[in-house]
Design a protein around this ligand. Sequence first.
Ligand code: XMP
Length: 326
Amino acid sequence: DWTTGNVIEEQVARIRAQIGDGKVICALSGGVDSAVAGALVQRAVGDQLTCVFVDHGLLRAGEAEQVEKDFVAATGVKLHVVDAVQRFADALDGVSDPEQKRKIIGREFIRVFEQAARDVVAAEGAAGGEVRFLVQGTLYPDVVESGGGTGAATIKSHHNVGGLPDDLAFELVEPLRALFKDEVRAVGVQLGLPEAMVHRQPFPGPGLAIRIVGAVTPQRLEILRAADAIARAELTAAGLDREIWQCPVVLLADVRSVGVQGDGRTYGHPVVLRPVSSEDAMTADWTRLPYDVLARISTRITNEVPEVNRVVLDVTSKPPGTIEWE
Ligand code: XMP
């Protein structure tokens, strides 16, 4: 019968049988699935695994550190970090269109990961091992969905790792293929992964770039990161994390409004809080957050983030709104 311990033992045995004494590579995104998949493979084959983390500079406050420090400390995984912050900033320079942002980020991600994979393959090859396997954090619902083919129009192009060139052909290792999200989280907890990683709410691959309405700049990312960290901290402190599916914080970077602070006039930007309740992100309702929690978030953001002088609440369900603003 199903216990988390059984799942781990069974998957560890399967991974060992599949990989043997081969070498394996895993891309970490900062999210739950890749972290748990990587940790399982690490448990099974130890240093035969190299994890790769592409830091594109579009994660929220603390998330890159979570991968580079806490995840490594918890698992002992061998990690190859690529600092691609400047590269992504250059590629996104002046781009405001949401689909254009997604395409650029998807393209750059593949290129950077490809190079990182080549570097790992070369290093491991020099050490006498061939890298033949790639870990993917595919879950059961992904397996079902990709077999479905509803023919529905693409509303937003979601990007994931895939589409590697032929000379980088790896055999896939997918230790989460039989699991649902809550089971993946239970496995993550059992493996001792960082709390914040295991319970991370859904976060889009293109990251904060699609939560800045307007062009992405390092300054705007910094503003959004500060506002988002406050909203997250207050929602967590209020014990609301499990009730909310996710709560994007969106910076309306091209909008300015007049405000007053102390004796002075301000001319700053609004941020939008987008708390939603959902089962699967296909449909969603806006979450009726307690007014006192909203008040604390608003007061803190406008006090602590000088560029933001207005906090607004999105009360649109999906449909007609999508969860993200872009
Ligand atoms: P929307 O905005 O379409 O979002 O209602 C539905 C869910 O998907 C996430 N999302 C993305 N995830 N790449 C991703 O990996 C993307 O480009 C992307 N766009 C939206 C969103 O956060 C929500 O959970």
